[in-house]
Each structure stands twice: as C-alpha cells, then as structure tokens.
Design a protein around this ligand. Structure first.
Ligand code: ATP
Ligand code: MG
Length: 404
C-alpha cells in the first residue's frame, strides 16, 4: 500500500532516508507519524528508524549529538535541520549486536516493530511511501482499535507505562481497547507503581487533554489505573476525573492549569499544604503549582461571591485568563463578565505600574534614608490606587504623601 508523504515534515526528512539508503542501509518513518497521517491528523514529530547501527549513522552524518546512543538514538544535523534516528532494536535474542544494558541492535525492521506498544504505532513507511504493516495496524486503525503488538500480558509486563499510553491513546483518538489488551491492562495496572511518576504524569496530562476523555473514564475506572498513583489510598482520583469530565463535557485540549485545578477540586483537596504536597509528588513545576493554588483560591472566592477588586488584583494575568476560559466553557458567563468588569476597572495591574517609586517618595518627603516605611507607603498608595481613591499620577500621589 502507498502512503502520501506530502506533509512538509515528511518532505523535509526524505533526503535523510535517501542518504541512509545510499550507504546501503534501510531507513523508514515509524511510530506516531504514520498513525497520524493515516488518520489525517497533523503530525507531531517524525521518528526515523534504520538498519544502520549508531556508529554507522555517526559516520554518515558527521554532525550529530549522541543524546540517546545507549538506546540507539542519534540526533543528526543535516542541511540545517535536526532529525532523530534510531537503530532497529529488540529485546529478543535475534541480535547481532548487544549493548551492555541489554538493548540489542538488529538489522531487520520487523524485529524492531515487535518491541512497539500498539499495532497502530508499529507501522513503517519508506521514502517512496510504501507501507510496512506486520501486525494489522492499518485494519485496527480502520476499526478504531487499540491492540497490543503480540501478547498483551507480556508487553505490559515488560513496560507498565504502556498501560497508561493505551488509556491516553483511547482518550486522544476515541478508539476502543481490544478485549485481550484491556484485560491485560486491568490485570497489570498495579505494576504502574514501578514507573516514574513523571512519565505517568506526561501520559495522564495527555489523557486529560484528550477529546474522548469522557468515554475513556469508564475504562480508567474499570482497570483501576489510579491504584498506583500517589496516595491513591487516601484520595479519590476517579472522583476527581469524573468531576473534571462533568465540568468540561465535550471540551478538548484543556490546559494543564485547568485540568490539575479541577482534578484537585474534584478530589476535594482543599487545603493548600495538601494541594502542594500532592502536586509535588506528581512533579509539577513550581510555577504550575503556584498557578493551580491561585486558581483554586480564586475559584473559591467566586463560589463564595467574596471576590473584590482587591482580591482580583492579586492574581497573575495567566490565572485570570485561564479562569475566564474556564468560566466560558462551563457557561458561567455572568461571573466572567463580573470579573472582566473588575479587571477593566483596575487602574493598574501590578505595583510596577504605580506612577511613583521608592526613590521618588524619598525625594518628595525629603528623606535622607529609605527603610521599611517606604514599603509601607507603597502598600498604602497601591491599595488606594486600586480602590480608585487616589489617581495614579505622580503629582496627585505626591500631594497625598505631603498631606500625611
Ligand atoms: P505522540 O503523538 O504522543 O508523540 P507516539 O506514538 O509518537 O505518540 P512517542 O512517545 O513519540 O509516541 O513514541 C514513538 C513510537 O515509539 C511509538 O509510536 C511507539 O511505536 C514507540 N514507543 C514509544 N513508547 C513506547 C513504549 N513505552 N513501549 C513500546 N513502544 C513505545
Ligand atoms: Mg511521537
């Protein structure tokens, strides 16, 4: 079968495949890009697999980075672009080359596809567009089926992350998990505890952002995938996800800030210390953690109708923007308008926008030395300006200062 390689990412990479071929080796596009082009979706990244061993790739492409060489991956620079090229590898005994860490390089494409997770991810296409499909991936794509390559129990036993990958592909693509594949996922879900939480987080975030999350939740529940999540004995992830889904029905591509906020809210984790503790375990960045905490605070103020111009002023623009998006998708337009009105009435968005600074205060009050009083005055000026009691103009502020 012939696949169209007209996508610019493929076009840009064809010369790389041809160059490898010109040295007598095989080279193919593999993995997600083939799946996505067959689904007529936009292609995220291009993976190239080859029969050439890493040292041979290094020779063919003198400019390279050996970032993942122990796994057979070399990043090469060619005609101004960079490409990730991975040598066919296997965990079986068919190798003619063995790395100390047991990654075995092989010369045969079919052997390489045996290590891949799902049939739809195990197809390859050569530079001419010929499809190589050893595991019925094309038919499974047409049937919207996620089927493990080979024996599912063995495949998930080898690498439990594949269980999470399966569920996130279901959520991204709206595919059904084939019976035996799903049974194996259920059976081995607890093995997920052996996987680094960061890798699980990446899959979880992709799952949460998937357009078919609603349908996927029931598989997630049934397989009890949360049993290996941090403190799953204490917190109800299923409850959190159900809440997330109910709140945002039909929405695709939720931001990490909204998804984590709603997940924690649905899990009824209300105190900041516990929120941070859990997010730290999930290896969220400090910045995202701060934003989630702020989002949940603002959400609380909104639900209690306690937000004022002063409280809204304290929130970072990003949190306000995300809250607006959230209010929009959950049909809370009146609240959104109220917040927008408050924001548009704010004379300043941050202290740096005050028409006066510490130095000017010292000059105006003829102070020889600074000290904490300057900060206190700035606090007062800021509060008055926000409330509209003082105009944000240097002269007006200086007049007020002199009256004190
Ligand atoms: P995405 O669209 O998220 O990039 P992808 O399928 O391309 O999805 P990658 O993580 O980029 O996922 O991996 C590229 C390919 O490598 C996959 O399509 C699959 O063939 C293989 N692969 C990745 N991770 C695993 C794994 N844990 N077990 C087996 N094969 C894997
Ligand atoms: Mg990919």
């Amino acid at each position: 079968m012939q696949i169209s390689l007209e996508d610019s990412l493929f076009q840009a990479s064809i010369p790389v495949l041809k160059k490898i071929e010109s040295h007598g080796y095989e080279a193919y596009f593999v993995g997600g890009a083939i799946r996505d082009v067959l689904l007529e979706k936009s292609i995220g990244d291009i993976d190239i697999a080859t029969s050439a061993f890493p040292q041979e790739i290094q020779t063919i492409f003198p400019k390279h980075f050996d970032v993942g060489i122990q796994h057979g991956t070399i990043v090469v620079l060619y005609q101004g672009n960079s490409y990730e090229i991975t040598t066919f590898r296997t965990e079986s005994t068919y190798s003619d080359y063995r790395r100390p860490d047991h990654v075995e390089f092989v010369r045969n494409l079919e052997l390489d596809t045996l290590r891949r997770d799902f049939t739809i991810n195990a197809m390859a296409v050569d530079a001419k567009g010929n499809l190589y499909d050893f595991h019925g991936g094309y038919q499974d794509l047409k049937d919207k089926l996620l089927r493990a390559v080979g024996e599912p129990l063995e495949r998930f036993q080898e690498d439990a992350l594949r269980i999470m990958r399966g569920i996130r592909f279901a959520s991204q693509l709206g595919f059904r998990l084939e019976e035996k594949t799903f049974q194996a996922m259920c059976q081995l879900a607890s093995n997920l505890s052996k996987i680094s939480i960061e890798r699980i987080r990446i899959e979880l975030e992709k799952m949460m952002a998937g357009p078919y999350l609603t349908q996927t939740i029931s598989s997630f529940k049934k397989a009890k995938l949360d049993q290996a999540f941090p403190q799953a004995n204490q917190f109800d992830y299923v409850e959190g996800l159900t809440y997330l889904v109910n709140q945002t029905t039909g929405q695709a591509g939720l931001s990490p800030l909204i998804t984590w906020s709603l997940l924690l809210k649905g899990m009824e984790i209300n105190d900041e210390k516990t929120q941070r503790h859990l997010m730290k375990q999930w290896t969220l960045s400090n910045r995202l953690m701060d934003q989630v905490v702020a989002f949940l605070k603002l959400d609380h103020e909104i639900s209690q109708q306690t937000f004022t111009i002063e409280t809204v002023y304290g929130y970072a623009q990003e949190v306000i923007d995300q809250m607006n998006t959230y209010l929009e998708i959950t049909d809370q337009m009146a609240t959104k308008k109220e917040i927008e009105a408050l924001i548009s009435n704010l004379p300043i968005r941050k202290r740096q926008e005050l028409a006066i600074n510490g130095k000017q205060i010292m000059q105006a009050l003829k102070m020889a030395k600074g000290g904490p009083v300057i900060g206190q005055l700035l606090d007062q000026i800021e509060a008055k300006v926000i409330r509209g009691e003082l105009t944000n103009q240097t002269a007006a502020i200086i007049d007020w200062l002199k009256d004190q």
